[in-house]
Design a protein around this ligand. Structure first.
Ligand code: F6R
Length: 609
């Protein structure tokens, strides 16, 4: 969390930095700040609150003329959200200003040593130590100073520094936190994520772990941690900035919900052949990868984990391969049992989630073949995995994921079908039929988007509820868990998801007169079972919203509302049933006046443990 940005060039830096910060606000919004090189030395403006508050503070202070500066938007870890804990941090002599994303684990030890040496700290953050260390190590050469600082730091960091002495120069580095450098015409930007540089350029380099970069208007010099100069490949972003703007919608979340047909279409387009077979060969994931596989480990966090649970259903039912799905924060410390030929699929929108990355490294070290299903181009997971399969969902800005989740599901289906082919558990004919169905999925999702108004009305009816339940079985249980998370995080409604059959083992005692229960029933093999579960909550006073693709006769006594979806192969049904559930969370959140795109206490990219 936290977003960092920097600009150097010929134009005024403040508007460029603010624009960059606005695009990074999803990474944290507790405080924000900028530091600028001016003819009178470094000028820093920072404040608790959002970028808007920073913009107002800068305006109130009068114009700052500067063509080089750095900026930061914070998700607080060490030190409460406050003006004094906001970044950038300056050295005592004011020669150096620094922004940091990550956690410096040995900060206390460093702080004690610096304090004993006479340094007075102005904040409670871990980051401030790096500003003081840099200032002490800096004797005119920023790269040499940064090399020295990095040797002293433990933890994760992306750092950017400006000094009063070297006009137009930024020095940056990273370890386990993302950082890119955008390369424009006579101007450069650094940032935590691609959308932040797109106001000046689509061309960028990815800073590697431990590398140190000198950034000037005319270009960059990249050094290894030992000071050897290296060349980096310049990459080009393949989408437009409009993708990262609201485009007339009230919130990014609703825009991104509506973009799901495209996200899925783009994700599968080049991966199903004209004769309707899955084709992940350009990612190196052909049938031979699955031939020797004994177990699949799916590892991820949050919604990405729930996408993994839906993937588990597809893998187990289609390829008859045992799948162990685990949240990454548990997997990494579980002394995981990995056998020869095991495959570890990690799923991550950002490709930077600390626990997911650590879990992937653990699996790799134990001999698993790693496949990363990732949305952000050139992210750490994408670079470190044996194979990367991009979800082409485009930039996802709302903190709560929607379109990346749908694109992840599509990749999981392709992987499961590839494994089924490798293991001979489905005939070519069956696989071709499923692939034909997959090609129809984007237009079926378009059909599911028509539930928008219906879900808006249901949200109006239930937005005052204190609790809600989501129930499902099999694939529906995976979707129930994601739906419940959405309602919690967007609308701040306490919500639980249960496997339908589990209710009677305890949680049913929480069902009261009027408790909303969203019941999913999209797997024909389990309709009858799920109907019995629904009846048991209805009998206890629940208000039941049934989401189903079944054309069975629905007893009006059984549920209060029925949301009908088109039918599709059971393992893909989550791609449709998630849509009304996302709308429900969105509109309940809107009705409750929540901050939809930036829910409290959250940040999109969780780069701390
Ligand atoms: C919820 C949500 C989070 C993420 C989780 C993993 O809407 O977005 O639960 O799914 O933080 O993030 P990534 O996918 O970036 O690894």
């Amino acid at each position: 969390m936290c977003g960092i940005v920097g600009f150097t060039g010929g134009r005024q830096a403040v508007p460029v930095l603010l624009q960059g910060l606005y695009t990074l606000e999803y990474r944290g919004y507790d405080s924000a700040g900028v530091a600028l090189q001016t003819k009178d030395g470094i000028k820093t403006v920072k404040t608790q609150g959002r970028i808007k508050a920073l913009e107002e503070k800068i305006e109130a202070g009068g114009e700052i003329s500067s063509v080089c500066g750095i900026g930061h938007t914070r998700w607080a870890t060490h030190g409460a959200p406050s003006d004094r804990n906001s970044h950038p941090h300056e050295s005592e002599d004011g020669r150096v200003a620094l922004v940091h994303n990550g956690i410096i684990e040995n900060y206390l030890e460093l702080k004690t040593a610096l304090t004993n040496d006479g340094v007075t700290f102005k904040s409670d953050t871990d980051s401030e130590v790096a500003a003081h260390l840099f200032s002490r190590a800096f004797h005119g050469d920023g790269v040499a100073a940064m090399m020295d600082v990095c040797k002293q730091l433990r933890g994760s960091y992306a750092l950017a520094v400006i000094t009063g002495e070297n006009p137009g120069e930024m020095i940056c580095t990273r370890h386990d936190n993302p950082l890119i450098v955008g390369i424009g015409e006579g101007e450069c930007m650094i940032a935590s994520d691609i959308p932040a540089i797109m106001s000046i350029t689509k061309r960028f380099i990815v800073v590697g772990d431990g590398e140190i970069v000198r950034v000037r208007p005319e270009g960059v010099e990249v050094y290894t941690s030992d000071g050897a100069r290296i060349e980096k490949e310049v990459q080009t972003v393949n989408w437009d900035i409009q993708g990262a703007q609201k485009g007339g919608y009230d919130h990014f979340m609703i825009k991104e919900i509506m973009e799901q047909p495209k996200a899925v279409r783009d994700t599968i387009a080049s991966r199903i052949t004209s004769d309707n077979m899955p084709d992940l060969m350009s990612e190196g994931v052909g049938i031979e990868v699955f031939k020797e596989a004994r177990n699949i480990h799916i590892v991820a966090c949050g919604s990405a984990y729930y996408a993994g649970l839906a993937g588990k259903v597809a893998f187990e039912r289609l390829a008859r391969l045992p799948v162990l799905a685990n949240v990454a924060s548990e997997f990494r410390y579980s002394d995981p049992i990995i056998e020869k030929g095991d495959i570890c699929i990690i799923i991550s929108q950002s490709g930077e989630t600390a626990d997911t990355l650590a879990a992937m490294r653990e699996a790799k070290a134990r001999g698993a073949i790693t496949i990363a299903v990732v949305n952000v181009l050139a992210s750490s997971a994408a670079r470190e995995a044996d194979h990367v399969i991009y979800t082409w969902a485009g930039p996802e800005i709302a903190v709560a994921t929607t379109k990346a989740y749908s694109a992840q599901l599509a990749v999981m289906y392709l992987l499961a079908l590839t494994a089924a082919k490798a293991r001979g558990t489905l005939t070519d004919h069956e696989i071709q039929n499923y692939c034909r169905d997959m090609k129809e999925l984007p237009s079926m999702i378009e059909g599911a988007l028509e539930t928008k108004e219906e879900m808006k009305k249901l949200a109006e009816l239930y937005h005052d509820s204190h609790d809600a339940f989501f129930i499902g079985r099999g694939i529906d249980y995976a979707v129930a868990q994601e739906g419940s998370l959405k309602l919690k995080e967007i609308a701040y409604v306490h919500s639980e998801a249960y496997a339908g059959g589990e209710l009677k083992h305890g949680p049913i005692s929480l069902i009261e007169e009027g408790t909303p229960v969203v019941a999913l029933a999209c797997d024909p093999a389990l309709y009858e079972k799920q109907i019995s579960n629904i009846k048991s909550v209805k009998a206890r006073g629940a208000k039941v919203i049934l989401i189903t693709n079944g054309d069975f006769a629905i007893d009006p006594e059984m549920c209060d509302h029925v949301v009908k979806l088109k039918s599709c192969p059971y393992f893909m049904s989550g791609s449709l049933s998630i849509i009304p559930v996302q709308f429900f969370a969105y509109y309940v959140g809107v009705d409750r006046g929540c901050d939809i795109d930036k829910p409290r206490n959250l940040a999109k990219s969780v780069t701390v443990e």
